[in-house]
Ligand binder design. Structure first.
Ligand code: HEM
Ligand SMILES: *[C@@H]1O[C@H](CO)[C@@H](O)[C@H](O)[C@H]1NC(C)=O
Ligand SMILES: *[C@@H]1O[C@H](CO)[C@@H](O)[C@H](O)[C@H]1NC(C)=O
Length: 333
């Protein structure tokens, strides 16, 4: 505990220096009230420590639980398709939140990490930084601390007043999805086939429950299924054999805590964990071509992933008119 605290103070110290230096060098005033465009400098004057505090919180959380990087990245994805922190709201008298939607229940993690970061931010700059922006920055930082690329996060999202369980159920594709379904679910929110294949590379980190990849357990014995590595399928069958469905497997067997392009290499050798993953290499020529490109060229993957994350992070971002800055990410003010 003492060690964690000391480390945390160190991170915070370093982080604050990083936050303050650019403010001194930089300059210019953002437009504070008109929030209809996302930008890089929205908190520059009002809360220059924002990114440093979020980075410190992510570092600490991932230090304590290496899987947390994956969980925070996924949390932003499930919030997006409308990046408004609706995913963080607990149920209340007016609505049933998104936490119990099929893709989220017993699955999404990291809510306490976001709470802790929000509490730190509330001390330094009360009611200034939105929960939706915290999610977007934490996702970027999770990639960075795992060895992946960095990018400028556009900020200025507002937090929603409500949440929609049914939208979450309808918008987020399931793990048995065909390429056609994946493409159409992403196209619904203006993300292209290329965005979809690049963003799927997030499955280079983290874990999935047996219940999400039962389709893969049939593996090469399923004549209509995608190619599979027999050895891989057998190892999964063994892992899940006496499981209640909640046993976890690494989405990327080889390097589960590193953000790299290994995921695409796995797909080419028939070792995609989810059927939806494996389908990208086997179910469609266009996606197959991108999988091959990213498998061969890690920097092409990093470049496209960054671009697509920025695109995804701007979806349905709520602006000044119909959102707020929550004090507590779990409830509306
Ligand atoms: C293309 C469609 C996608 C499908 C069908 C899909 C499906 C899933 C499923 C079923 C799991 C395991 C959940 C569980 O066992 O509880 C998972 C985990 C994960 N997903 Fe996706 N996903 C998709 C796209 C994405 C995107 C776009 C991102 C982020 C940019 C992402 C990031 C992650 C991460 C990091 C994990 C591991 C989380 C952890 O270990 O806590 N996924 N995904
Ligand atoms: C997608 O783009 C169309 C046309 O530009 C726009 O009307 C729509 O609101 C966008 N949808 C989302 C979810 O951003
Ligand atoms: C996926 O398909 C398998 C059959 O191949 C089925 O048993 C499983 O319930 C499906 N999973 C989901 C999440 O729909």
């Amino acid at each position: 505990m003492a060690m964690n605290l000391a480390l945390f103070s160190l991170f915070l110290g370093v982080a604050i220096v990083f936050a303050i230096v650019p403010t001194i060098i930089g300059g210019g005033y953002g437009d504070e009230d008109c929030g209809d465009l996302l930008g890089n400098d929205v908190y520059k004057d009002r809360c220059p420590e924002t990114e440093a505090i979020i980075y410190a919180g992510v570092r600490l959380a991932v230090f304590e639980d290496p899987r947390m990087a994956a969980s925070l990245l996924r949390l932003h994805f499930h919030d997006c398709f409308g990046c408004d922190a609706s995913v963080l709201l607990d149920d209340n008298d007016n609505f049933v939140g998104e936490k119990t939607a099929a893709p989220n229940l017993n699955s999404l993690r990291g809510f306490e990490v976001i709470d802790a970061i929000k509490q730190d931010l509330e001390i330094v700059c009360p009611q200034t930084v939105s929960c939706a922006d915290i999610l977007a920055v934490a996702a970027r930082d999770s990639v960075v601390v795992s060895g992946g690329p960095s990018w400028d996060v556009q900020m200025g999202r507002k937090d929603s007043f409500t949440a929609s369980k049914s939208l979450a159920n309808n918008n987020i594709p399931g793990p048995n999805s065909t390429v056609a379904t994946l493409v159409s679910k992403f196209q619904n929110v203006n993300l292209s086939l290329k965005d979809m294949v690049a963003l799927s590379g997030a499955h280079t980190m983290g874990k999935a429950r047996c219940t999400t990849f039962t389709a893969r357990l049939q593996g090469s014995t399923n004549p209509n299924g995608p190619e599979a590595s027999l050895e891989y399928v057998q190892s999964l069958q063994q892992l899940c054999s006496d499981s209640d469905g909640n046993t976890l497997a690494n989405l990327d067997l080889a390097t589960p805590a590193t953000f790299d392009n290994q995921y695409y290499l796995n797909l080419l050798s028939g070792e995609g964990l989810l059927l939806s993953d494996q389908n990208l290499a086997t179910g469609d020529d266009q996606t197959r071509e991108l999988v091959e490109t990213y498998a061969q060229d890690p920097s092409a993957f990093f470049e496209d992933f960054k671009d697509s994350m920025v695109k995804m992070g701007s979806l349905g971002a709520v602006t000044a008119m119909n959102g707020e800055i929550r004090r507590d990410c779990r409830s509306v003010n």
